[in-house]
Design a protein around this ligand. Structure first.
Ligand code: ARG
Length: 471
């Protein structure tokens, strides 16, 4: 049987393999509600402009509402022979209301239709991700406030560098997730133009009102070039790119949680809710959730790469290659959403072992910089010279296998005679972090202020979120 929608020129139906490679209904059924919303806006505009009679428009709108309800209730039958979500819905509309259904596609093509549906879907996904990122930031900022003064080692090259606080470390991620939200907001702002009415590629001879459909669907304006409208997938690429960067942040954080949870570090125990046991080794507690978040960065970045490669070299305008834009995107944004939920849960349950972290912060001569700074401040030595003297003192302590604070004054004076007893005031890890009061530094007073600033800002976002969902 030839296709009902475009079978006029075709004598026979497609080969079975053709049907299999061509059909997208297996994944684009997810666009159903966006497709219905777009069709409703289109048909209302067709009636307003007199392109369609009010009766026909009303019958179509009613049929579309019924289809929306059927899909929601799970009673709709999706058919692969009907290729994609657009034709599945249109065919059902014909069953419900008869030949008038055929008028819905006036002044429209599947090319602007799919561009519209996918934009609406990605826009919803961005809004949902923003809320999830908000929740993660909130959990981090709360934990940071509780641990503004909990000392831990800060690392460079994965070597103990200088003591920092756990709260400061968590707030670093709040900054990263803030940039992720900002990137998604930027993508959303550029995405928010309506391609509907570009038709197949050249626009249409019908007197449509693209401003009306754009407004009805919450877009800022219609897209300005019909060719660009149906061939552009920048909005997906930008979103996947922001998602990939976010996935990298989540992956780095996961790696740290995995390290902290090892018996060797012992900085934080994982809650039962986010770890598993081993079927053979009874002592084990595995950080599976953190590992999976770390691992899922792969498929998210993979989806971005796949679509970049699909789009590369495609001539204007639509080509069927572009149907490959959806599966990876659905998968990647779902994975990111799952990762954000898991990470938010893990952060809430994260209980650092302050004693172990503090002990670790003091090992590895992490206050050596404090000693060097003291030599600069109190003895007015150039920093390079202070660095050299400190190196000799560290070597002395290391030779005796003791911490810097355990050296006697006489031992230090053997290296630099002008060192006085006051030096001991800077050698403890707590004193070290308290002294880091420069803007953005790790002093507990700074961390407390930053955590509070974030919590106040997040409270404001919450009000904006709830206003947005009401409008
Ligand atoms: N299923 C198609 C897609 O996702 C819809 C657009 C089809 N357009 C066309 N000219 N065949 O890309």
């Amino acid at each position: 049987m030839s296709n009902k929608m475009w079978g006029g020129r075709f004598a026979s139906g497609p080969d079975a393999i053709m049907e299999e490679i061509n059909a997208s209904i297996g994944f684009d059924y997810r666009l159903a509600q966006q497709d219905i919303a777009g069709s409703k806006a289109h048909v209302a505009m067709l009636a307003q402009t007199g392109i369609l009679s009010a009766d026909h428009a009303a019958a179509i709108a009613e049929g579309l509402s019924q289809i929306g309800a059927e899909i929601e209730a799970g009673t709709f039958t999706f058919s692969r022979a009907l290729e994609d979500i657009h034709m599945n819905i249109e065919a059902r509309l014909a069953e419900l209301i008869g030949p008038a259904a055929g008028r819905l596609h006036t002044a429209r093509s599947r090319n602007d239709q799919v561009a519209l549906d996918f934009r609406l879907w990605v826009r919803d996904a961005i809004d949902a991700l923003d809320r999830q990122l908000w929740a993660l930031q909130q959990a981090l900022a709360e934990k940071a406030l509780a641990h503004a003064a909990s000392v831990m080692p800060g690392f460079t090259h994965m070597q103990s560098a200088q003591p920092v606080t756990f709260g400061h470390h968590l707030l670093a991620y709040v900054e990263m997730f803030s940039r992720d939200r900002s990137r998604l907001r930027d993508a959303r702002a550029r995405l928010n133009e309506s391609p509907l009415g570009a038709a197949a590629l050249a626009g249409t001879s019908f007197p449509i009102d693209r401003n009306a459909t754009a407004k009805a669907l919450g877009f800022d304006r219609p897209t300005a070039n019909s060719l660009d409208s149906v061939s552009d997938r920048d909005f997906v690429l930008e979103t996947l790119s922001a998602a990939s960067i976010c996935a990298i942040h989540l992956s780095r954080f996961s790696e740290e949680i995995v390290l902290w949870a090892t018996p060797q570090f012992g900085f934080a125990a994982l809650s039962d809710k986010f770890s598993t046991g081993s079927s053979i080794m009874p002592q084990k507690r595995n950080p599976d959730a953190a590992e999976l978040v770390r691992g899922k960065a792969g498929r998210i970045i993979g989806a971005l790469n796949a679509l970049l490669i699909v789009m590369k070299g495609l001539p204007l305008t639509y080509s069927k290659d572009m149907q490959e834009d959806k599966e990876g995107t659905f998968d990647a944004l779902h994975a990111l959403s799952l990762c954000l939920a898991a990470m938010t849960g893990m952060v809430g349950d994260l209980e650092p072992d302050r004693k172990r972290m503090k002990a670790a912060a003091g090992s590895g001569y992490a206050t050596a910089t404090d000693l060097a700074d003291w030599l600069v401040r109190s003895l007015k030595l150039p920093f390079r010279e202070a660095h050299h003297i400190t190196g000799r003192i560290v070597a002395l302590a290391a030779g005796k296998k003791i911490g810097l604070e355990k050296l006697t004054l006489a031992e230090m004076q053997a290296v630099e005679p002008n060192i006085s007893a006051e030096v001991h005031a800077v050698l403890g890890v707590e004193k070290s972090v308290r002294s880091r009061t420069s803007y953005g530094g790790t002093a507990p007073s700074n961390v407390r202020a930053q955590a509070k600033r974030w919590l106040a800002r997040l409270e404001k976002d919450k009000v904006e979120h709830s206003n947005a969902s009401r409008s």
